[in-house]
Write a new protein. Structure first.
Ligand code: UD1
Length: 313
């Protein structure tokens, strides 16, 4: 049995990871400042985890949280491109300062490995597809800059202090418990809940922007693999975590019409500042060094997710 600290445990991805880690018979400690996370995401596992309601900017509390932990999954973030465009300093604090604090605490507590939720937004709008990890990053939004800075910090702590770190560049993760209610919510969570209620979804731009949408179960697998891989394969490195297919928003809307039974049309509004046009991952490195392969494809993941939101309604 190993012990895992999950930052952002009350969030969509953190709470899903917690379930995956518990299912393998491990111990979970979680921290969350409940800024975007929700207690209800962890309600049914609450008595099986050591939950600490603290902010990563509070170094002393983070140091206490890292004590006796084998692994850290760093999911805490303000994960929104448009929110970072509105408030870049908030993004800087929550995504960069918080990450630096966590790394110092993890280093001092001698944890075995930190696995970090990096972002495919680091690639930016470069024309080459699919995106490979050896491409020069070209972040557009303050959020993308912050997430990429976190990666550099991960590698730096491996190189300077020997703290084993692995960065996983997530590509548009979706699935149960993703918050649909904020203006900054992920597009699939928003569209599914709107369409199930018969409300008209809005596409920002012409709908031809495409994403490599990835079901959250693939993220759980990738994180567990990132802990198991030998340091010679994984430490200090960055890997894409995705499905390796892309679909544009117009087509996504058509697929969702079938799954939700929505009969209306979509509304088009102005393109969003900071948006990336296309996104698609190359998974060669993740396959080779982590043994990662997506186990839940886009359509199956979407079906499961629609069913979950339907059950919540
Ligand atoms: C998403 C993640 C980000 C992650 C990145 C990795 C969220 C909220 N953001 O950013 O954390 O690091 O992927 O690739 O999960 N859109 C609409 N209508 C809407 C909402 C969005 O048309 O109501 C469009 C956006 O303009 C964008 C696309 O859908 O073109 C995807 O947007 P969004 O789901 O916010 O994700 P990303 O910005 O790609």
């Amino acid at each position: 049995m190993s012990s895992y600290l999950i930052t952002g445990i009350a969030g969509f991805i953190g709470s899903t990871l917690a379930r995956g880690v518990l299912a393998h018979g491990n111990q979970v400690r979680g921290i969350d400042n409940l800024s975007t996370g929700k207690r209800e995401n962890i309600a049914e596992i609450r008595d099986r985890i050591d939950l600490r309601e603290v902010d990563l900017l509070d170094l002393k509390s983070v140091q206490e949280a890292c004590r006796d932990m084998d692994y850290v999954f760093h999911e805490a973030a303000i994960p929104s491109v448009p929110r970072s465009v509105v408030d870049p300093l908030e993004s800087n604090r929550a995504n960069i300062d918080a990450t630096a604090n966590l790394l110092v605490a993890a280093r001092d507590a001698k944890v075995k490995r930190v696995v970090y939720a990096a972002s495919s937004s680091a690639y930016g709008d470069t024309p080459t597809l699919p995106k490979r990890e050896d491409m020069l990053p070209s972040p557009i939004s303050p959020y993308a800059v912050a997430k990429l800075t976190g990666e550099y910090y991960m590698t730096s702590f491996w190189r300077c202090y020997g703290l084993e770190t692995v960065s996983l560049r997530y590509f548009n993760i979706f699935g149960p418990r993703q918050d649909p209610a904020s203006p900054y919510s992920g597009v699939l969570a928003k569209f599914i809940t709107q369409m199930l209620k018969g409300q008209q979804p809005v596409i920002f731009g012409d709908g031809r922007q495409s994403r490599d949408f990835t079901h959250v179960e693939n993220v759980v697998n990738a994180n567990l693999l990132a802990c198991q891989a030998p340091a010679s394969e994984a430490a200090g490195r960055t890997f894409n975590v995705a499905t390796a297919m892309r679909i544009d928003l117009n087509e996504t809307f058509r697929v969702l019409k079938k799954l939700t039974g929505y009969t209306g049309e979509v509304k088009y509004e102005a393109e969003r500042a900071g948006d990336v046009k296309h996104s698609l991952a190359d998974l060669t490195l993740a396959r080779k060094h982590l043994g990662y392969a997506p186990t839940v494809g886009f359509e199956e993941g979407l079906q499961r997710t629609v069913e979950w939101y339907r059950g919540q309604a």
